[in-house]
Write a protein that binds this ligand. Sequence first.
Ligand code: UDP
Ligand code: GLC
Ligand code: MN
Length: 327
Amino acid sequence: MADQAFVTLATNDNYAKGAMVLGKSLRSHKTSRKLVVLIGPHVTEPTKAVLNSIFDEVRLVDVLDSLDSAHLAMLKRPDLGVTFTKLHCWTLTHFAKCVFMDADTMVLSNVDDLFDREELSAAPDPGWPDCFNSGVFVFRPSKETYNKLLAFCTEHGSFDGGDQGILNGFFSNWATADITKHLPFIYNLSSIAIYSYLPAFKQYGANAKVVHFLGPTKPWSFTYDTKGKCLKGDIHDSSTHATYLLMWWEIYSVDVLPMLFKEFGDQPFHTGCVSGENGSRSSDAASHNVPAISSEERKQRWEQGQADYMGIDCFENIQKKLDSFLK
Ligand code: UDP
Ligand code: GLC
Ligand code: MN
């Protein structure tokens, strides 16, 4: 089993938080497999140090970007060109078999039985079930497959601008060839499926093994009140989805945040947490609630609807900025 691993990807510190929660959730459900995270060069040193203590292997890879703004615009996710970086997972040839999991997934129980499956096993995509969702899939690392995938990118491009379009084009007989390669939906329960088919969720959702926070709003887009153990602001989501979000934040605030505090030391970083009824900052978090993101990244997050309303992008700060221009 030393030659089998769960693999995830984080090109920046935000997705790295997701990777940390995923890693912790795999460990707390006692996986017997290795944990690997692929990172991009923009991941900061303290974040890398935390990843190193959760994962067996932290591997720096080049960021591959589809630069396909037309298809990404159709997908309404201009940020997903970099998901081509995921293809690097096929280069992990010191493993015989792996399971890739998006950094926005979290396991609810042990999923080591996924290794009984063959390449390429995945669950249907909730938006187009004849395509598989590339947030969770079983694969066999191989330089040959990696090169063929890169050649496929050059020749055909991706119909969605991201890795899922490539992978569905490449493993194009997934829908029809072999039913054992169809993972049950409970191994990749996309949170949007909770709204699109609520009765099915009520019937089968209790068996969910992996939750996938698919879509532009990620758990780390919210602000969490550590005292009240609740999410701040308007949560328009169903209570079930909110339950999964709270589970994510519980792992993050209890198991991950102390490690981040230790590694960041005096350097500011975005905790995402407040403490107390009125949303006032907790004293220990006070000096840490400044985001360690560039203004370009902050602009991108704004444009994707991921403003940090309770933190750096709060009304008071925007007012201050406007005032500074008017002076
Ligand atoms: N990802 C990343 N940096 C980015 C965007 C995506 O590292 O800027 C990785 C991360 O592992 C993420 C995966 O690519 O989970 C796919 O992106 P995302 O989960 O946002 O897509 P969705 O599942 O919402 O379609
Ligand atoms: C999907 C998948 C994600 C993938 C993206 C872009 O919605 O959930 O893993 O990166 O599409 O292709
Ligand atoms: Mn995802």
